[in-house]
Design a protein around this ligand. Structure first.
Ligand code: NAD
Ligand code: AKB
Length: 314
């Protein structure tokens, strides 16, 4: 049985991952941690306040609970990182090296997500290959490429069992996203339910990869349980389910809410970030090496998102 420490457990991913891991491995075997105090369902199991920029805090909680795995999620996302690049470096790189060091010292399995943000304007835009040019032009992207390399380094140099994926924009209805460029793809569903209209900060025709949260969570468990002998890549597997622009979300929503309207007020910072990312990435290495397969396409996700968000407001 696994015993897992999750950092950044109250965020968009962590708040659902902790619940899923507790269902899979038992409540007492999943220790949620965050810099903020837990409330609700996450507080119903083991939870500790941990600031990942403090190496001692990460190490001592891992040691206290005798965990065998760290899932490191604490980070600043792309738009927030662009607002405060120095803080982003401190949290994204400082936190990562502290979590990796804990994994090395205590011989733990390690997971951390990279992002489509690890690509840049010179990366091939369509069907972006697994191994390709990565010269990102955002602080978040610089952090993510460095993180991919650092996780590879800890595997090759110290034998730490590091694994990871490059997530696309994640769409979910439990916890709102934390300040990324793809956040619009969550907001559009909330606004469709509340006001039947949405003003997109991302321009028409801007394609980015997306994925519904259940596929993102399944991917973590599948990759962490995969036979290590089959993994040629360890960290930063491209995974995607949907390549879509704002108007594609609108069309999908209009199948349920015919009078839904989309207009645009482009945010120049987010648009610059979005323009530097791929239109669609190739997930074939993840499929070949550990069987990745997404269950949700855009329309299936829209159906579920509208139902779930609607239930919040009735
Ligand atoms: P989020 O912003 O929703 O949550 C991050 C959490 O980290 C928050 O609960 C925050 O309180 C916590 N945190 C911030 N600073 C901390 C610190 N110093 N110590 C401890 N905790 C701290 O982020 P998320 O969307 O859940 O993303 C988790 C990871 O997945 C990040 O590495 C992110 O880059 C990556 N990722 C997310 C997406 C996405 O669409 N959500 C896509 C690609 C990659
Ligand atoms: C963001 O937009 O910053 C995240 C991501 C794709 O990494 N959702």
């Amino acid at each position: 049985m696994k015993k897992i420490l999750v950092t950044g457990a109250l965020g968009q991913i962590g708040s659902e991952l902790v619940v899923k891991l507790r269902e899979t491995y038992g409540v007492e075997n999943v220790i949620g941690t965050d810099i903020r105090k837990a409330e609700g369902i996450i507080a119903e199991g083991p939870f500790e306040l941990v600031d990942v920029t403090d190496a001692n805090q990460v190490y001592s909680v891992a040691k206290k609970y005798n965990v065998d795995t760290v899932m490191h999620l604490a980070a600043l996302l792309s738009a927030k990182a662009e607002e405060n690049p120095k803080l982003a470096w401190h949290i994204n790189m400082g936190g990562l090296v502290n979590a990796l060091e804990t994994a090395r010292e205590l011989n733990l399995q390690f997971f951390t997500p990279s992002s489509i943000g690890a690509f840049g304007p010179t990366t091939p835009k369509d069907h972006t290959p697994q191994d390709t040019l990565q010269r990102p032009t955002t602080m978040y992207g610089v952090n993510k490429v460095s993180g991919e390399l650092l996780a590879d380094y800890y595997y090759h140099r110290f034998g730490v069992d590091t694994r990871g994926v490059r997530y696309p924009g994640l769409i979910s209805h439990v916890t709102l996203p934390g300040g990324g460029t793809t956040d619009y793809a969550v907001e559009i569903y909330y606004e469709a339910i509340k006001h039947k209209t949405y003003t997109s900060c991302i321009a028409e025709g801007t394609y980015m990869d997306m994925m519904y949260m259940p596929d993102a969570l399944n991917a973590i468990i599948q990759l962490m349980e995969a036979d290590p002998n089959k993994l040629k890549h360890r960290n930063a597997f491209n995974i995607s389910a949907i390549s879509a622009a704002p108007e594609d979300f609108a069309k999908s929503i209009q199948k349920h809410i015919p009078d839904f309207k989309l207009d645009y007020q482009v945010d120049p910072v987010k648009q610059r970030i979005a323009d530097s990312w791929p239109n669609s990435i190739d997930s074939s290495a993840a499929t070949e090496e550990w069987g990745f397969k997404a269950a949700y396409d855009l329309d299936k996700m829209t159906n579920e998102m509208l139902n779930k968000v609607n239930m919040k407001f009735v």
